[in-house]
Design a protein around this ligand. Structure first.
Ligand code: GDP
Ligand code: MN
Length: 348
């Protein structure tokens, strides 16, 4: 397929990107999925979506990671579903379990208190392990050593449109480091002290803060407070080398030492997003349009009919939440980047 015949979504023109030419070359990239054995069937559907809409044309490898050994059945099914090489990795215990410098009593009391707020996973230790792992460790797994880029795929997701270009080549050629689709507001009860820790980090490590950062996406008062906006990290197409950088390692270590992953319930989404907004050039962030995406409980569906037809999308545009005000943050992303919104979006 010749990408030169493809029409770009209006937001892509505004973001000043181009689609790469489809040739025989491949990027150093992999699909990455963290999952449990019991996620097998909800994940199988996700994998099929991503394969049918994208990877069947590009055959990127697929790396599955788990804190327990994957079952034979899990490995058989996923190997059959993917068009690249399927690799199955076991997470080392010291990358997953609660570190010994966490005060278990204090953490347990904090979890009990959080239950009162009725927020998801308030009392879950494994969810906290997961968020810390996705923040600070998945990119250290040896199975990812040979790759520069990844696409994170979770169970229960859907893709609604064909992706007719190589998203990894797109990232490299357009000098992007972090790509997202949906962007929403975090539950404040999960991160009461996160921003204070970020401010401490910024004060101590001015060299790690990019001169041309996107602070205005995550703060409405020039860094005094966090506005809770974050990229919804169940979908990420991003650079592994960014997480491997000394700047991000120092950032993660600083946050990790506070214990906030356990004494509160810091998500990998705000952690990744704050790092990307502060440590990258604002032009290295990318909003992916034209793809159509669902993860419980939110939808993104391209607003332009010509894009939906071209990409054979099957989503109802009335379901799109990308451009909603209030809880959703993608409008703020464009504002912060000082990019105009296309008329199709303004009309919503
Ligand atoms: P949510 O999207 O925030 O509701 O959280 P999910 O339940 O989807 O978890 C996020 C990702 O981590 C998914 O890919 C899950 O399969 C994975 N995950 C969550 N908890 C665990 C766990 O305890 N072990 C493993 N191996 N994976 C997990
Ligand atoms: Mn999920």
């Amino acid at each position: 397929l010749d990408t030169r015949h493809l029409v770009l979504p209006a937001t892509d023109k505004i973001q000043d990107v181009h689609y790469p030419v489809n040739d025989e070359t491949k990027e150093s990239a992999a699909m990455v999925t963290l999952a449990r054995n019991r996620d097998l069937w909800s994940l199988a559907k996700s994998v099929r979506h991503v394969e049918d809409r994208f990877n069947r044309r590009y055959h990127y490898d697929w790396v599955f990671l788990n804190d327990e050994p994957f079952s034979e059945e899990f490995q058989r099914v996923m190997t059959a579903l993917v068009s690249g090489t399927a690799k199955f990795g076991l997470i080392p215990k010291d990358h997953w379990n609660v570190p010994d410098w966490i005060d278990e009593k204090k953490a347990a009391a904090a979890r009990e208190k959080m239950v009162e707020f009725q927020i998801p996973y308030a009392d879950s230790v494994s969810y906290r392990n997961m968020c810390r792992y996705e923040s600070g460790f998945f990119w250290r797994h040896p199975l990812l050593d040979s790759y520069s880029w990844y696409w994170r795929v979770e169970p229960d997701i859907e893709l609604f449109c064909d992706i007719n270009y190589d998203v990894f080549k797109f990232m490299r050629e357009n000098k992007k480091k972090y790509g997202f689709i949906l962007s929403i507001s975090e539950y404040v009860e999960t991160i009461p002290t996160l921003w204070n820790s970020v401010k401490e980090f910024m004060a101590k490590n001015p060299k790690h803060i990019h001169k041309n950062n996107l602070m205005n996406f995550i703060s409405d008062d020039k860094g005094e407070t966090y506005n809770l906006c974050h990229f919804w990290s169940n979908f990420e197409i991003a650079s592994l080398d960014f997480w491997r950088s000394q700047a991000y390692r120092d950032f993660f270590d600083h946050l990790d030492k506070t214990g906030g992953f356990y004494y509160e319930r810091w998500g990998d989404a705000p952690v990744h997003s704050i790092a990307a907004a502060l440590m990258l050039d604002e032009s290295e962030l990318h909003f992916f349009d034209g793809i159509g995406y669902y993860h419980p409980a939110y939808f993104s569906c391209p607003v332009e009919e010509k894009i939906r037809l071209q990409n054979q999308c099957v989503c109802d545009p009335a379901t799109d939440q990308t451009w909603m005000n209030g809880y959703f943050c993608t409008r703020k992303f464009f504002e912060a980047r000082k990019l105009a919104l296309p008329k199709e979006v303004e009309a919503r």
